[in-house]
Structure formats: C-alpha cells, structure tokens
Design a protein around this ligand. Structure first.
Ligand SMILES: [Zn+2]
Ligand SMILES: [Zn+2]
Length: 66
C-alpha cells in the first residue's frame, strides 16, 4: 500500500493539499502576494480551495445553500 504523503500548502490562507515534495500548490501561493497573512482568501484558482475557504469564512455550519 502506497500512502501518498500530503501536506498543507505553505500559504496559510490556502487549504490545498500538496505533495510532500512541494511547498505550495501554485505560483500564486508561492508568491509574496499569496503568502500575505492579511489575505484571508486564497486565489490560487483551485475551485476546491475556494470552496473550502468560503466554508470556513461562513462558519462550519454550512447553512448556506448554493
Ligand atoms: Zn488555495
Ligand atoms: Zn496553495
């Protein structure tokens, strides 16, 4: 069984999982802009990430219907 080790993207605002050999999921997250701690919204462009960030910002309840 091969367990792929994944780690969280270096960008604190980003919720993407990246493989252990990478630090960030995208050029955006690797840039100073992406790492800016004042940035609460990640703009790496991954739909999954945006979705999860939105969910966090609106609370874990997920009462919002799309
Ligand atoms: Zn992201
Ligand atoms: Zn990222």
């Amino acid at each position: 069984m091969t367990t792929q080790t994944t780690t969280r993207c270096e960008n604190l605002a980003c919720l993407c999982d990246v493989s252990a050999t990478q630090e960030t999921c995208s050029d955006y997250c690797a840039s100073l802009d992406g790492r800016d701690p004042q940035n609460v919204r990640c703009e790496c462009g991954h739909p999954k990430c945006t979705e999860q960030v939105e969910r966090q910002l609106h609370g874990e309840g997920g009462r919002e219907s799309v």
